[in-house]
Design a protein around this ligand. Sequence first.
Ligand code: ATP
Ligand code: MG
Length: 143
Amino acid sequence: MSVERTLTILKPDCVRKGLIGEVTKRIQEAGFHIVAMKMMHLSSTTAGGFYEVHRERPFFGELCDFMSSGPCVPMVLEKENAVADFRTFIGATNPAEAEAGTIRADFADSVGENIIHGSDSVENGKIESNYFFAESEIVANKG
Ligand code: ATP
Ligand code: MG
């Protein structure tokens, strides 16, 4: 296995619920190294650009409204096998189907408001990290 980079976003519902600290603690305890993070309030256009692949889906408008409804916290994470391990860690898109103990099972209210994002491939981990962070904003992981 090799060290991979994945992009997460603590979504606006995570921030509104006061869960930045709790979720970040769990991310670190699970062995993911935070190598970049910031708080941003996305415009609908920036949110739509991030979820471009879903533009034709019926929920796209709702998704852009939600992701631009308040501040969010994007982070770049590094770990061996980070992409797949992080998807396991956050749980299924629909929290009703997410495994017990995952972030979405524990904290999310609905498929539309599901607390956290995780990249779905190594390639997208790189593309999405670059969507929010310049390479100069990503620090070296000293383990
Ligand atoms: P994310 O990309 O945010 O990590 P995901 O990879 O688990 O989520 P995707 O299929 O990429 O799921 O969908 C992106 C986001 O769009 C979901 O997190 C969810 O907020 C929203 N979404 C997906 N499917 C639906 C749906 N059927 N109804 C409403 N919103 C949806
Ligand atoms: Mg996705």
